[in-house]
Write a protein that binds this ligand. Sequence first.
Ligand code: SF4
Length: 247
Amino acid sequence: MRIREIKAKSVLSKSQVYDYALNPYVGCQYACVYCYAKFMKRFTGHTERWGEFIDIKINAPELLAHKVKKKQVGRVWISGVCDPYQPLEKRYMLTKRCLDILIENGWPFTVQTKSSLVLRDIGTLKRSKHAEVGFTITTADEKMRRIFEQGAPPLKKRIEALAKLHSEGIRTFAMIAPILPGAEGLVSALKGKVEYVILDRLNYHYADWAYKKYGMQWAMEDSFFSQKGEELNTAFEREGISCQVVF
Ligand code: SF4
């Protein structure tokens, strides 16, 4: 793993998902095989494999403090192309410091992670009236998780973290993207822990080799996603959990 501290030039970028995206790190220690953020390597010049480098934007809080005074207030997605609570955040606390700045300036934000390290910052999150925290959970089957997200935290930890955040009054959601086999088990697992779920299909081809290696090409077909999407949508709505299907 190559870890570098860098001085970034910018920290708040325009986003197509929310108003802005904020990435305190370049790269992600979790190295999920389907990760679309691998495209970043084209722009950052990294030759290492995805998951084997992290650039730490040590000046991210200072840059953000400056930017929030100049830009129009909008919802910030944290992070988009890295996990803001990957293990290095424990030491560097860049995400936490950026949240402090957004809160002090009244900016709304949406945290998206796979890590229960976010629980460290419950006190911070509760200071915001407009915070929401989402966990990416693609399946309820640990065997699937180990194939596609081997470096990321176990599913049980993510679901427990959602339960804790929800019980603390923080708005929570689950991002089921890409839908993997075994996602149907999430309907009961997430009940009472999230306000809503978002469903998406596999949109990139980075993980094709894994589907082939495990004989699961059927789970990357259009028919799998349309059928599972419909089933999950119906099942979540039946449980009173609002569902956004984005494909
Ligand atoms: S946690 Fe998210 S950003 Fe990190 S490797 Fe996995 S999919 Fe990519």
